[in-house]
Design a protein around this ligand. Structure first.
Ligand code: KG4
Ligand code: ZN
Length: 338
């Protein structure tokens, strides 16, 4: 099976992006995403609206991906899809579509863990150097914040996780307090680049071992803004760049304190990041700076950081090589262990 030329069609629909990618072995032929602007006006993802939008987006996105890849459905070797974790209504759309397509083409169906995919995105071949096992991965997204020991493609151990909010929520919720749109993470990043990261100091919340906590940080920012705007109603407008830079600086401090601890404890110096928040320019720069201390760091290309189907396809490819297929009775799973 190892030398077989494969074409995997992959579908990702765990949250608010409907995505389809086609991979030829470990290279990406096409990678399409339809985002959902509808959620912006609500300041967050509305699950019911997300699943409806997936329903209308999925067929056009799959068509586009096939067309851009220049192959026909009949050439496909397998269909991979995100089984979870994610929003149930959203996952069901992708899972049902993937099942129907696999069934109609009479080819294998492959279920993929969304967080494995964020990590294994590093194995999509772009001519770059790839990590070797074991390595440490910090997965940072809107729904997750984890430090994972990656022993192999399908053996991952979670060493630390957030006890409350995910780091993406810390960005989005503090950004919301500043009046920035949803998702605020990329905007905070942009404005932070124009500000002074040491202008304001926020506390670093305590959490045991390699775990994280972000809810206290968000509350600290809320109280700080309430206090300052009482004194000066224009405080936010006058200091927006500095607040963003200081918020981002603190989040980076929180993230890397535990990551450093994991590297020290395990002795594993290959460190990768993944997930939407790994698009953050400050986090990327901070990670790279550790190369001077003997770490070997891996950062995915931008298109493979936020939710995408190429990362689902690469896991699909590895599972295909192992003959690790799903039965037609498989169900979407909003909560699923690593
Ligand atoms: O992985 P992802 O696309 O979806 C989930 O699985 O959650 O991550 C989305 C999260 C959002 O919270 C968004 O604000 C954040 O990633 N994000 C960023 C940046 N780009 C996306 N956060 C900080 N800086 C960025 N440049
Ligand atoms: Zn994600």
């Amino acid at each position: 099976m190892k030398n077989k030329n494969t074409y995997i069609l992959a579908i990702e629909s765990s949250c608010d992006d409907t995505a389809c990618a086609i991979l030829n072995n470990n290279t990406v032929l096409s990678n399409h995403v339809a985002g959902q602007n509808i959620h912006k006006q609500y300041g967050g993802v509305v699950p019911e609206l997300a699943s409806r939008a997936h329903q209308s987006n999925i067929i056009p996105v799959v068509h586009e991906a096939l067309k851009a890849a220049g192959i026909t459905k009949e050439q496909l070797s397998a269909i991979a899809f995100t089984r979870g974790p994610g929003l149930m209504g959203s996952l069901l759309v992708g899972a049902s579509f993937a099942k129907s397509l696999a069934l109609s083409l009479d080819i294998p169906l492959i279920d993929v863990h969304h967080m494995h995919a964020h990590i294994l995105a590093h194995f999509i071949d772009n001519g770059q150097e790839m990590p070797t096992f074991p390595f440490i991965a910090m997965t940072i997204s809107g729904g997750h914040t984890q430090i994972v020991k990656v022993n192999s493609y399908d053996n991952m151990v979670v060493l630390g996780t957030t006890q409350d909010d995910a780091v993406g929520e810390a960005f989005d919720k503090t950004g919301k307090l500043l009046g920035l749109g949803y998702p605020a993470g990329p905007l905070v990043d942009k404005l932070a680049q124009l500000g002074n990261p040491l202008a304001f100091e926020f506390p670093v919340p305590k959490a045991p071992l390699f775990n994280y906590s972000f809810s206290g940080f968000k509350t600290a920012v809320l109280y700080f803004l309430q206090r300052e705007t009482q004194k000066d109603p224009d405080f936010i407008a006058k200091n927006l760049n500095d607040i963003c830079a200081s918020v981002q600086h603190t989040i980076i401090k929180i993230l890397f304190k535990k990551l450093e601890k994991v590297v020290k404890t395990t002795g594993i110096k290959q460190v990768a990041i993944g997930g939407g928040v790994s698009a953050n320019s400050g986090i990327r720069a901070k990670l790279v700076s550790y190369n001077e201390q003997g770490w070997k760091t891996f950062i995915p290309p931008f298109e493979y950081t936020t939710d995408n189907a190429a990362m689902i396809g690469i896991v699909g490819y590895f599972k295909y090589l192992d003959g690790n297929f799903a039965g037609m009775d498989i169900s979407a799973s909003p909560r699923i262990a690593m």
